[in-house]
Design a protein around this ligand. Structure first.
Ligand code: R5P
Length: 303
């Protein structure tokens, strides 16, 4: 039974690394726009009985969502036995409640949208806050991989005397795991978000890194304001330039420059979203998860 990995064009580099590691064939998916903005998606036509794995990181989800549905639909029309999705970054997880009357709970709606198209999902560190587990959100098999071991490996190799810093209580789940693996101290700060680009960070009264290198660890950089607010607070402590280590490099326009202007030293991310900061590859854990998922799929009778 063939496994065919169909990557969205911008996820090609990660897809090549994943395909090599899990013995999948790298297939073709094309995507272009008509002058009116509608998408034309093309997948290779040799998919009969194949287990198809779409690889699409879901940053900029509104731009990609229709094309993803079209690709899944085309694969099924061409006779694919199963269609799974590797979405290393899963969008809309932060809107996990209705914060004001009438607001859509995007996390729920987007989960329904995806599960109508694919049979299973693998993602990396989805932003689980008010939703306790990925399983409680999806009605298809959905697996969340942890980037912590990959982040820890990079920090242990690259940063002398690190002290890890998480911006808020939500970040403790990542920061504590990474700190434990690195064998470094960590501090979780207090964050108040006043608006999309307005963030206040409070340091603890006894904040003292004892000359260690601050390593800011967060799951997502979007506007960059969270990390900028921490960098501004760190000024005046006489510490080495802070290293920013991020799982999902969503980076809205100007965010990377803002971090640098605020005094960041190295800014690195995983390749869950292809970005110039992507220095930490998740190809190994993703390939292992895909291989395990497909061995379960192969063991089950075709539906
Ligand atoms: C928030 O809950 C997340 O963990 C990140 O801290 C947040 O998404 C970062 O956003 P921004 O870069 O826009 O401050």
């Amino acid at each position: 039974m063939a496994t065919v990995l169909l990557p969205f064009p911008e996820d090609m580099r990660l897809a090549q690394a994943v395909a090599t590691r899990c013995g999948a064939r790298l297939g073709f998916m094309g995507w272009r726009h008509f002058p009116d903005g509608e998408s034309l998606v093309t997948v290779e036509d040799d998919l009969a009985d194949a287990d198809v794995v779409l690889l699409c990181s879901l940053n900029q989800p509104d731009r990609k969502a229709m094309a993803l549905r079209f690709a899944a639909h085309a694969a099924r029309e061409l006779g694919a036995r199963s269609v799974g999705l590797v979405a290393p970054y899963l969008a809309y997880m932060r809107q996990d409640a209705s914060f004001h009357p009438g607001e859509a709970i995007s996390a729920h709606a987007f989960a329904r949208f995806l599960e109508e198209a694919v049979d299973w999902l693998v993602t990396v560190d989805p932003h689980l806050h008010r939703i306790p587990t990925l399983d409680s959100l999806f009605r298809i098999p959905a697996q969340a991989l942890a980037a912590a071991p990959s982040l820890a490996g990079w920090i242990a190799r690259e940063v002398p005397r690190p002290h890890l810093i998480g911006p808020d209580s939500e970040s403790e789940q990542w920061v504590s795991e990474v700190a434990k693996s690195v064998g470094a101290p960590y501090t979780v700060l207090e964050k108040v978000r006043h608006g999309d680009r307005s963030v206040e960070i409070r340091l603890p009264r006894d904040f003292d890194l004892q000359g260690r290198t601050p390593v800011l660890v967060d799951d997502i950089v979007s506007s960059g304001r969270t990390l900028v607010a921490i960098l501004e607070q760190l000024r005046g402590f006489g510490l080495p330039a802070a290293v920013c280590v991020v799982i999902h490099a969503v980076f809205a326009d100007g965010a990377l420059d803002a971090l640098r202007e605020a005094g960041a030293g190295r800014v690195v991310s995983t390749d869950s979203v292809a970005h110039e900061s992507s220095a930490i590859s998740l190809a190994d854990p993703i390939a292992r998860a895909v291989a395990a998922r497909l061995s379960r799929t192969h063991a089950e009778p075709a539906t």
